[in-house]
Ligand binder design. Structure first.
Ligand SMILES: Cc1ncc(C[n+]2csc(CCOP(=O)(O)OP(=O)(O)O)c2C)c(N)n1
Ligand SMILES: [Mg+2]
Length: 353
């Protein structure tokens, strides 16, 4: 028997905007100014809101919080590339997705303030509650995609995980079933180089995370995750393909978490200032702003308008979140679909004495 090659795979890399905001003329999707404006407003709002949440946590007005800074282009590019009929299955770091999909800004603040009511999202927005157990949302997305197709709905299920998430069994179970079922799924891997203090190189010996898809029989692409146009384009193509019955795809977004893993972490203990500086120069907002300026969409006056508007929204969201009243009886009421006799007795004891 001759020795032959039975399989050869490839993974493309996509970047449209370089770090200084110069666009590749052939790859630039030529989005209308109205959409570019929405992208920029959301990215700035995400960044400012992130800074506000950190301050709230540091002053005891919010509990443990997972910062977004540096990764805004992924949430914004991905949601704006999707359609209202698509579903999103975020991780704890993609909390901004809820607002981009249309949820009031204060809802996510509520969750980080320890109030689960924040995840009581209008079902028509089609976003699952975010998952903290790593990668556990991926099998949900594949099951959802399979079920929605059975119901005759033409939509994509867009599921997110981090670089660390790709080492979880749930990631591989989900990818395998998505491939076997040709499920309309898009796996967005936010490769921010670190899983708390574990670097990407200790996570897997694979050259890319996108190539994991090849083993499960579908394609994977790697994109510059700090380039909102590249994220938008790759996810739009993947979601369009999923809706058209062409099966799943993986999109690995190369990015960097600029802040701590959560407010309980000190990244100075495990990464160098030089590394942080390298990524600061590749900031997603700075480069998109430069692109918009070259197109004549951005100027100082516009910047001020965008910031003023964001500041107002943030102040309003904090006021609403802090004024929110919880009903302590809920902790008894929603343990099960219906309260057990035991729980009823405990609730009575707590509130009627
Ligand atoms: C199943 C499970 N194991 C461990 C943890 C603890 N944990 C929380 S975040 C995290 C790292 C995740 O890293 P990554 O997937 O790269 O996402 P990132 O936080 O970088 O966005 C770990 C191990 C968890 N939440 N769930
Ligand atoms: Mg990570």
């Amino acid at each position: 028997m001759p020795r032959t090659t039975v399989y050869e795979g490839k993974v493309e890399y996509l970047q449209i905007l370089d770090k200084d905001g110069n666009a590749d003329a052939e790859l630039d999707p030529g989005l209308p100014n109205e959409l570019l404006d929405r992208m920029y407003r959301f990215m700035v709002l995400g960044r400012l809101w992130d800074h506000k949440c950190l301050m709230l946590q540091r002053t005891g007005r919010m509990y443990t919080y997972a910062p977004l800074e540096g990764q805004e282009a992924i949430s914004v590019g991905s949601v704006l590339a999707s359609k209202p009929e698509d579903w999103h299955f975020p991780t704890y770091r993609e909390w901004f997705i809820y607002h981009i999909r249309g949820a009031p800004l204060h809802m996510v603040n509520l969750t980080w303030m320890g109030m689960e009511e924040g995840m009581r999202i209008d079902k028509s927005l089609r976003v699952f509650p975010y998952a903290v157990p790593i990668a556990s949302q991926l099998p949900h997305a594949v099951g959802g995609a399979y079920a929605l197709r059975m119901k005759g709905e033409k939509c994509a299920c867009i599921a997110y995980c981090g670089d660390g998430g790709t080492s979880e069994g749930d990631f591989h179970d989900a990818m395998n079933f998505a491939g076997v079922w040709n499920a309309p799924c898009v796996f967005v891997i936010s490769n921010n180089q670190w899983a708390i203090s574990v670097p990407r190189k200790n996570q897997t010996n694979s050259e890319t995370l996108a190539q994991k898809a090849l083993a499960y029989g579908f394609s994977g692409i790697q994109v510059d995750g700090n380039d909102v146009l590249a994220v938008y384009r790759a996810i739009k193509e993947a979601a369009d393909a999923a809706r058209a019955g062409k099966g799943p795809r993986a999109v690995e977004c190369i990015t960097y978490r600029m802040g701590p893993h959560t407010t309980a972490d000190d990244p100075k203990k495990y990464r160098s200032d030089d590394e942080v500086l390298y990524w600061k120069e590749r900031d997603p907002i700075k480069r998109f702003r430069a692109y918009l300026e070259k197109k004549g969409v951005w100027n100082e006056e516009y910047e001020k308008k965008v910031h003023d508007e964001a500041d107002k929204l943030i102040e309003d969201a904090v006021t609403k979140a802090e004024a929110f009243k919880q009903d302590p009886k809920d902790m008894f009421k929603y343990v099960y679909a219906a309260m057990t006799k035991n729980l009823e007795e405990q609730m009575k004891e707590c509130f009627e004495d």
